[in-house]
Design a protein. Structure first.
Length: 127
């Protein structure tokens, strides 16, 4: 049996390795972006929390109505809701694309293996 790797198989593995490097880069960028997003969300929540706490003191004293508290909380709830929707959409698209990419890579590998099998079979019959 020959252990040589065909040029077609080498090309496929080169493409697969390039895609793996690209996937790692995208994953790092994604982690950085989500970290910044999480930090910004925490900062926004802290600022909103301080605002709400101060307003609650005024509500307890009878100076401000409860509607002011809700007015201050609604933007945070909206941001968290939109962020949750964004994550849901992106993760769904990501899952679909990863499944599709994995299927295409598997097809490429199977075709390369089939090509090697046919080539080795032809070599055996030529002798």
């Amino acid at each position: 049996m020959s252990t040589e790797v065909s040029p077609a198989s080498e090309r496929v593995w080169t493409v697969i390795e390039r895609e793996k490097r690209r996937d790692r880069l995208v994953r790092r960028v994604s982690i950085a972006a989500w970290s910044v997003t999480g930090g910004a969300l925490l900062f926004f929540a802290a600022v909103t929390g301080v605002e709400v706490w101060l307003i609650l003191q005024h509500v307890a004293e009878g100076v401000a109505p409860w509607a002011v508290v809700f007015d201050r909380v609604i933007p945070l709830v909206a941001v968290v809701g939109v962020l949750g929707l964004l994550v849901a959409i992106l993760s769904t698209v990501g899952i679909f694309l990863r499944l599709r990419t994995a299927s295409l890579s598997e097809i490429q590998l199977r075709l390369a293996a089939l090509e090697e099998m046919i080539a080795s079979h032809l070599e055996l019959h030529e002798d």
